[in-house]
Design a protein around this ligand. Structure first.
Ligand SMILES: *[C@@H]1O[C@H](CO)[C@@H](O)[C@H](O)[C@H]1NC(C)=O
Ligand SMILES: *[C@@H]1O[C@H](CO)[C@@H](O)[C@H](O)[C@H]1NC(C)=O
Ligand SMILES: *[C@@H]1O[C@H](CO)[C@@H](O)[C@H](O)[C@H]1NC(C)=O
Ligand SMILES: *[C@@H]1O[C@H](CO)[C@@H](O)[C@H](O)[C@H]1NC(C)=O
Ligand SMILES: *[C@@H]1O[C@H](CO)[C@@H](O)[C@H](O)[C@H]1NC(C)=O
Ligand SMILES: *[C@@H]1O[C@H](CO)[C@@H](O)[C@H](O)[C@H]1NC(C)=O
Ligand SMILES: *[C@@H]1O[C@H](CO)[C@@H](O)[C@H](O)[C@H]1NC(C)=O
Length: 781
């Protein structure tokens, strides 16, 4: 930062105070009063508790904004028409309609009025009292994700905190909602009782995948974070003067702005380091903070990359929130600051000072707007600002969201063109480097084109691989998906590069929803004419005999036979498995409908109807387990609330894991995990029939997704035991003839039952054995 300040100091030749022209020109919005009279809501007119105005813009919907001042205004057309002040319906009986805090969560306003939380859904035009908050609260906080409609992004917009500012942190109750504030529950912060100081705020820092509590004690403040690896450390303390308002800038880059009348601080890493903003008031005057510059802040506005401040001294200050710079430049104005004035960005490099004006004739207010074009002001020769040395910075990835699952990587490319003869320093910043183990490597390749050097850049991102032995400063909880942003910027760019915004993408390190598993079905029972595909599709059912299954999956025989409807739509034709071959399904990973690889890692199987006529080739001992392996029985005991199919990557613990301390007490129990380091296989009992298996990939290091599916197999080739006995006592040829005659009569009746399948399997076996000797019904077998 020091380097940059020096650069800025040598390149800026500002002569700011000598401007003759006004900073901006006023115009007044006065529309919709006669023709579009909106019915004013009967209710209590809200007012904002703070003497400083605030303007909250919806980061994703550019025309939606909330003005907080002596009146409260809500607009969906960016204040392009006159408005009634916002009222809360009398039916909600709020008492004093004093608004202390507000947040826009997607399509609802979350408002704290008289220490309670109310919701106004502006699309449905309905008000609700939020549920679950038992104690008084003063503030709400939240963030909106505009990158995509991916569930990870939607969840961010739905998360809201409610808390009481200034309460003793060790005993206060913080509330969290993942329903945009409709319903709250108590937020459990692990070490809350040990923390000292009072509560300055609770925020979900999505750029860091952490919840941060701001603690205030004796004029200093610092953040405490909820998750590993930051859970054991605090952010660095900073001066806390007055009651700081905290602004989370849009875009999840981890930029926070703290402000009060006499202080303005900024953090670029979700509060881990917080610095005062420097103030430049002419070529040779640089103050290290707002209080040193002796100005009083009235209103603050920020967008993804810019910051603007309106002071009571009628000055406007502007600064870039680039990766490195953090100083403001002063533009003098005249009479721009009144008690009701508020500041907002309408676009990149465009600031508007907005003032509501009452109308004596109508209850609706008009709006005075004063628009400032920052780029145009800086171009004024009087400012002597160096021209921006970057001509172009562009990349396909800007404003997009990507997913990196385990074992995958992401390549982003960008193009940077400097002005002829200038050189640029590209810089990529990852907002969540330590806890993700994300590495961004810039490969730069310059080439000359039309006398210009262009820079093509590849940014390679991947998640550090762990196997539990990663750098301890990376997230150890690989079971929890996290997020981060990556921003590409030019480190040494000038203040005049107003329109040249950094490129930012959001990266979700988590489940890639396009991933699916598919069980290879190379030899299906239909291809071999063992099962009839037409019959299977026609409401086919089969019987599982009562001594072969347990509806409770405990291996106990059932009391009655089970009739199973075969779900052909879902399962297709079963694949064919010969009973006497040890078997393991071949599991394939597919992504976006394309085959990726055969999955070799650990998975488990369970027959969905409770068939237990199979076991495993290995035992805990022969699988070389160091600890007692888990099995379906132990999983069902511990996760009873999730039903029987609860074995997944979240609760799987390998018996080969050196940290697994369960003693190996029963070495001879079957080892129920397939794949991974062992050659374990399934061994079938001597029984023909359809098995429908649930399969779940349990290796936590393979993917963040819960990869699971169901599939069916047909086990064939086993002699039904009773038939073997009969066949041994009768002369084989006679038996075959008799059976042939009988089958010709019985098969049409039997084919649709489990027994029929059994006989059919047996018949196929016999046919193969004596194909030449007997004239078998070829058409059938
Ligand atoms: C909001 O309140 C209305 C009645 O006032 C109720 O019908 C509706 O279910 C509530 N909505 C939610 C999400 O609680
Ligand atoms: C931080 O989290 C890690 C992993 O969840 C845990 O082992 C550690 O004890 C936690 N530290 C504190 C101070 O709570
Ligand atoms: C906070 O106040 C102290 C003393 O009043 C002052 O020294 C310090 O610079 C102030 N800090 C900020 C960030 O304004
Ligand atoms: C700060 O400004 C006020 C009013 O503008 C002035 O009275 C005061 O002397 C100034 N203080 C310093 C230290 O410049
Ligand atoms: C960047 O990626 C592109 C396409 O993936 C490749 O052609 C180019 O060689 C790469 N450049 C560098 C410097 O790695
Ligand atoms: C399918 O079979 C079940 C019972 O075997 C019967 O209740 C149902 O009506 C049948 N459905 C069709 C479409 O044939
Ligand atoms: C499951 O494991 C437990 C020990 O953890 C063992 O007592 C039990 O017999 C096992 N069950 C099966 C079906 O192997």
């Amino acid at each position: 930062m020091l380097v940059l300040l020096l650069v800025a100091a040598t390149t800026l030749r500002l002569c700011l105070l000598a401007r003759a022209q006004p900073l901006c020109r006023n115009h007044i919005v006065r529309t919709g009063k006669v023709f579009h009279i909106r019915q004013q809501i009967q209710g209590d007119q809200l007012y904002f508790s703070s003497p400083r105005t605030q303007l909250i813009k919806h980061p994703c919907k550019k025309n939606v904004a909330l003005y907080l001042g002596r009146q409260v205004f809500f607009t969906t057309d960016n204040f392009r028409s006159s408005l009634f002040p916002l009222c809360i319906p009398a039916a909600l009986k709020v008492g004093t309609p004093e608004l202390t805090s507000a947040h826009i969560a997607d399509s609802v306003l979350v408002l704290v009025v008289n220490q309670k939380v109310y919701i106004y859904d502006y699309e449905a035009n309905s008000w609700n009292t939020s549920l679950g908050i038992e104690r008084p609260v003063s503030h709400v906080s939240g963030d909106n994700c505009c990158y995509s409609r991916h569930p990870f992004c939607v969840d961010m917009s739905n998360s809201v905190f409610a808390y009481l500012y200034g309460d003793q942190i060790s005993q206060t109750t913080v509330y969290f909602s993942n329903t945009r504030g409709y319903k709250f529950q108590k937020f459990a912060y692990e070490r809350q009782a040990e923390l000292v100081g009072s509560l300055g705020g609770t925020f979900y820092f999505h750029s860091l995948s952490q919840v941060g509590l701001l603690l205030i004690d004796q004029g200093k403040a610092w953040f405490s974070y909820s998750e590993h690896p930051l859970n054991s450390s605090f952010g660095l303390p900073f001066d806390y003067n007055g009651t700081l308002g905290i602004l989370i800038t849009p875009g999840q880059k981890g930029i926070l702005i703290f402000w009060f009348e006499k202080s303005l601080l900024v953090s670029r890493n979700s509060g881990q380091l917080v610095y005062p903003v420097h103030v430049r008031e002419g070529p040779n005057t640089l103050y290290s903070s707002i209080s040193e510059a002796n100005v009083t802040i009235h209103s603050v506005a920020a967008n993804e990359n810019e910051l603007a401040v309106l002071t009571q001294e009628n000055s406007l200050y502007y600064g870039s929130l680039g990766i490195l710079s953090s100083s403001l430049i002063k533009f003098a104005g005249q009479n721009i600051c009144t008690q009701d004035a508020a500041l907002m960005f309408t676009d990149v490099g465009r600031v508007e000072i907005l003032t509501p004006i009452p109308d004596l004739m109508f209850p609706a207010f008009d709006f005075q707007k004063c628009s400032v074009n920052i780029q145009a002001i800086l171009m004024d020769p009087q400012f002597e600002v160096d021209v921006c040395k970057v001509e172009l910075l562009e990349g396909e990835f800007d404003s997009k969201m990507y997913t990196i699952d385990m074992n995958s990587k992401l390549e982003l490319t960008a193009l940077m063109i400097p002005r002829p003869g200038k050189s640029l320093i590209p810089l990529a910043m990852v907002s969540n480097p330590h806890s993700l183990g994300l590495q961004a490597i810039i490969y730069e390749d310059g080439y000359t084109y039309d006398g210009n050097t262009k820079h093509r850049m590849n940014i390679s991102l991947k998640q550090q691989h762990h196997w539990g032995r990663a750098d301890p400063s990376f997230t150890s909880s690989i079971k929890r998906p996290t997020g981060s942003t990556i921003t590409l910027d030019v480190a040494n760019k000038e203040i005049s590069c107003v329109d040249l915004k950094p490129l930012t993408a959001f990266i979700s390190v988590g489940c890639d929803q396009e991933k699916k598993i598919v069980i290879q079905n190379e030899i299906s029972a239909c291809q071999n004419n063992i099962l009839d595909p037409v019959g299977l599709q026609d409401n086919y059912s089969y019987v599982i005999e009562r001594d072969a299954y347990d509806p409770n999956f405990q291996g106990q025989k059932a009391l009655e036979d089970l009739v199973v409807q075969y779900e052909y739509e879902k399962l297709g034709c079963p694949s064919l498995v010969y009973w006497n071959n040890p078997w393991k399904p071949v599991v394939e990973l597919w992504r976006e409908g394309k085959f990726q690889e055969v999955i070799e890692t650990e998975f488990v199987l369970l027959e969905v109807h409770g068939l237990f006529t199979y076991t495993y080739s290995l035992t805990a001992q022969t699988a070389l387990c160091k600890a007692q392996p888990q099995n379906w029985t132990t999983i069902m005991e511990t996760a009873s609330d999730r039903g029987p199919f609860a074995w997944d990557r979240e609760n799987y613990v390998s018996c080969h894991d050196p940290d697994n301390e369960a003693p190996l007490r029963w070495p001879n129990v079957p080892y129920q995990i397939l794949g991974g380091p062992t050659a374990n296989k399934v061994i079938f009992d001597q029984r023909n029939g359809i098995y429908v298996f649930y399969i779940s990939i349990v290796d936590p290091y393979y993917s963040y997704c819960h990869l699971e599916t169901t599939f069916s197999i047909y086990v064939h080739g086993a002699f039904p035991l009773s038939v073997i006995l009969a066949a041994a006592t009768i002369i084989p040829l006679v038996a075959v003839m008799l059976l042939s005659v009988w089958l010709a009569y019985a098969i049409p009746k039997l084919l649709h039952t489990e027994k029929g399948l059994k006989f059919k399997g047996f018949w196929i076996y016999l046919c193969r054995k004596c194909r030449k000797a007997c004239a078998c019904f070829r058409g059938r077998c």
